[in-house]
Design a protein around this ligand. Structure first.
Ligand code: SF4
Length: 242
């Protein structure tokens, strides 16, 4: 494998939060040791990077009736994503809830309605002519975690390969990440939303704004966060559409 290719692999899996890509070769038997140097590490077999000429249809076809992680067990529908596949702005949440699992569409429940209202309301107020169908919306994991629990690290790692391919295919001008779990998956960080929000981060070369998940904003006592989320969205919309 050439160095460039190896570097791309490492960057790709680092972006997905994968930390261990190597395993040591079995140690040589004592009688055969002629040098104190350890055996060089051997690379484990890795799944392919996004194929050349990737497309949303190809990614959906690859997902198929996916059983790659335990979230397949209780799901009704795989929630791939929806919106403009050439969007300049992509929203990424953590995973489908009950309404999404039933409909197969992302962000259609109460939190989704709030997100739509935030996108369209802020755009209208700022004089930016976009509606929800103009952006693309998806999640880190495509199947609903039982009881709406947060997706586990391994589930996000496995399903994250499809999110990465979606983002590379759409190649938006910016990504708006909703909530700490999605931020952790995409940016490989443990920093909370309160500290990250309002400032630009990066996923590969794409600017990323982390803000609160709309379901968090639905709680009465989080009204201050609501104002901050609106500010974040305003910043993102002006950056992308001005
Ligand atoms: S969450 Fe993703 S990886 Fe897991 S079963 Fe669903 S589509 Fe497959």
């Amino acid at each position: 494998m050439h160095n460039d290719e190896l570097r791309r692999y490492l960057e790709f899996y680092q972006d997905l939060g994968v930390k261990t890509l190597y395993k040591r070769a079995a140690p040589a038997k004592p009688v055969t040791i002629v040098s104190p140097e350890p055996e060089p590490p051997t690379m484990i077999e890795l799944p392919p990077l996004a194929p050349a000429g990737d497309s949303m249809a190809a990614i959906r076809a690859d997902i198929g009736d996916c059983k790659r992680c335990r979230l397949c067990q209780q799901r009704n529908k795989i929630v791939f994503g929806s919106g403009n596949e050439s969007a300049r702005l992509v929203f990424v949440g953590e995973g489908p809830g009950a309404d999404e699992d039933a409909s197969g569409l992302p962000f259609v429940g109460r939190a989704g309605q709030l997100l739509t209202q935030m996108i369209e309301g802020t755009a209208a107020k700022e004089g930016i002519a976009i509606k929800r169908p103009d952006v693309y919306i998806c999640n880190v994991v495509k199947c609903r975690p039982p009881e709406n629990r947060a997706p586990e690290a391994d589930e996000m790692e496995i399903c994250g390969q499809f999110l990465s391919r979606q983002l590379l295919t759409i190649s938006p001008k910016a990504i708006c990440v909703l909530g700490a779990t999605a931020a952790k998956a995409l940016l490989n960080t443990k920093i909370g939303v309160t500290k990250m929000r309002g400032e630009w981060q990066k996923w590969r070369d794409i600017p990323v704004m982390v803000t609160y998940h709309p379901s968090y904003l639905l709680r009465q006592y989080n009204q201050n966060a609501k104002r901050e989320a609106w500010e974040d969205l305003k910043k993102v919309l002006h950056f992308v559409y001005d």
